[in-house]
Ligand binder design. Structure first.
Ligand SMILES: Nc1ncnc2c1ncn2[C@@H]1O[C@H](COP(=O)(O)OP(=O)(O)OP(=O)(O)O)[C@@H](O)[C@H]1O
Ligand SMILES: [Mg+2]
Length: 234
């Protein structure tokens, strides 16, 4: 079933948070999700080891540039959704994962550095599309946005993206303590105690709208051929 990868060549753009939010939302809807944790910090693997667990989610952290396409292909047969959290750089794992993705999500915070890191991934996607000979669907999600106001930097990023006709989700991921606290307490947003974590209800509403928009775009491309773009190990 669909493979959704999260990539931005700039570190700290919000990839891991956006990937985990999608995974927990999808699992809460009763779907089986496999997450590939290709982030060297292994935040999602650490989250998975916490006592609070999410039914339906499994996490794979042992990956290599040579094996990732086969691993993803296999997981896509076994799960309803495959979610890939990538490192904030351009490397063989990133290129190989993007080449077998049905949807690439590029999280971008309201900063020009993030936008440039996102642009690098968008140009890598263009190169990969020529190699795999099909379109690789992609979109941007704005992250850590302020719930109350649009900052000048965020507005500049939105203008940059719309000038390039890039598909941007209507729902940004808002800056919320609840999204950070998932990594401390484990489980999904439903498992957070609203007496301990502020703004859980608003966080749930935001995560649900964000996931719904992404799932609309994440349609498996039929008869897709799977390629290992770069066979050699890094
Ligand atoms: N919506 C959000 N609300 C609150 N904090 C957030 C949000 N998104 C990201 N953060 C925080 O910002 C920091 C970077 O986020 P995250 O780890 O998701 O980025 P990343 O792109 O995966 O980084 P890396 O490139 O290092 O893998 C983390 O401390 C995370 O808790
Ligand atoms: Mg990360």
């Amino acid at each position: 079933m669909p493979v959704i990868s999260f990539a931005n060549a700039k570190g700290g753009a919000g990839k891991t948070t956006a990937a985990l939010l999608l995974a927990t939302e999808v699992a809460a809807r009763g779907k089986r999700v496999t997450i590939f944790d290709a982030d060297p910090q292994k935040w999602i693997s650490k989250w998975y080891d916490l006592p609070n667990q999410c039914d339906g989610i499994s996490v794979i952290s042992e990956i290599s540039p040579a094996s990732i396409t086969e691993q993803i292909t296999y997981a896509a047969e076994e799960s309803d959704y495959v979610i890939v959290d990538l490192e904030g750089t351009e490397n063989l794992v990133v290129a190989n994962a993007l080449s077998v993705s049905d949807l690439v999500v590029v999280p971008i915070q309201g900063s020009s550095m993030d936008a440039r890191g996102g642009a690098k991934i968008l140009s890598l996607i263009k190169k990969l599309e020529k190699i795999v000979r099909h379109d690789i669907k992609h979109c941007v999600v704005l992250t850590r946005s302020n719930a109350a106001v649009t900052t000048r930097a965020m507005k500049a990023v939105q203008d940059f993206l719309s000038a390039q006709n890039i598909d941007v989700l209507m729902t940004p991921i808002v800056e919320r303590a609840a999204f950070r606290d998932l990594f401390e307490f484990g489980g999904g947003l439903d498992d957070l105690n609203p007496k301990v974590v502020s703004g859980v209800a608003k966080a749930k509403e935001n995560a649900s709208l964000y996931a719904a928009e992404l799932l609309e775009r994440a349609i498996r491309i039929p008869k897709k051929r799977w390629y290992n773009v770069f066979k050699r190990a890094s």
